[in-house]
Design a protein around this ligand. Sequence first.
Ligand code: PEP
Ligand code: MG
Length: 272
Amino acid sequence: MIDLAHLKNSNAAGVGLYRTEIPFMGRSKFPGVDEQTRLYNQVLDNANGKPVVFCTLDIGGDKVLPYCNIENEDNPSMGWRAIRVALDRPASLRRQLRAMIRAAAGRELYIMFPMVAEVPEFVQARAFVDIELTRGKERGAVVPKQVCVGVMLEVPSLAFQLNALCPLVDFISVGSNDLCQFLFASDRGNPRLADRFDILSPIILTVLKNIVTDCDKANVPLNLCGEMVGRLLEAMALIGLGFKWLSMAGSSIGRVKEMVLGMDMSEVQHAF
Ligand code: PEP
Ligand code: MG
């Protein structure tokens, strides 16, 4: 809600990643459908017609809900988290989707699923969106004008399934924080490893370029979010690779925009 106030000042096109677990983390129990509906409604009202991409709950890993029983795991960031929890405990996912659908009545709704590793996980998750839409319609509720459903591409295995995935999604958003952590098997939260791998190494650039090529071929809108976008050189490289949408912290938008306006697009594209 604090960042949303800057949406207008920064003239951002919208919100590329709304992490729904953040408001959940500040509570003492799971918010119910009504409470979530009020929250998402407030977010959409404050976005004032600009698109907001709601990422479904990404709990587990580094994001712990004190009231949610996830036992200690040896590798929590690769453990029972995000869509894995949602598909095993679909009641919470359905409540969250129901609240988003209610909150977006008559408006556009963008829903994104985190940590998808295989196409069937997306298919299952998307089916719950359809179930909740049908439920709403059967009850005579006003449903969203349009619902776009996408994935956060942050598990490397998904980058190798784009031929199968692209026809099924309305958009894809690369989650570069997790994608890079898993590509290098390097804990994103460990300061000792922070400078060990170059995020602009040919490995990352090749993986990202292949994603751009596959999505362009299939005409799937592609975004990239993560800490790297807020850094000027990285943002410039991403534009050179062909990313047309970048999602970053509100505080980075001004300087990245300034850099973009001053860069020579043809020269940067030529480098890739
Ligand atoms: C990511 O993984 O790159 C991302 C943007 O999401 P989060 O930082 O919430 O994992
Ligand atoms: Mg992530």
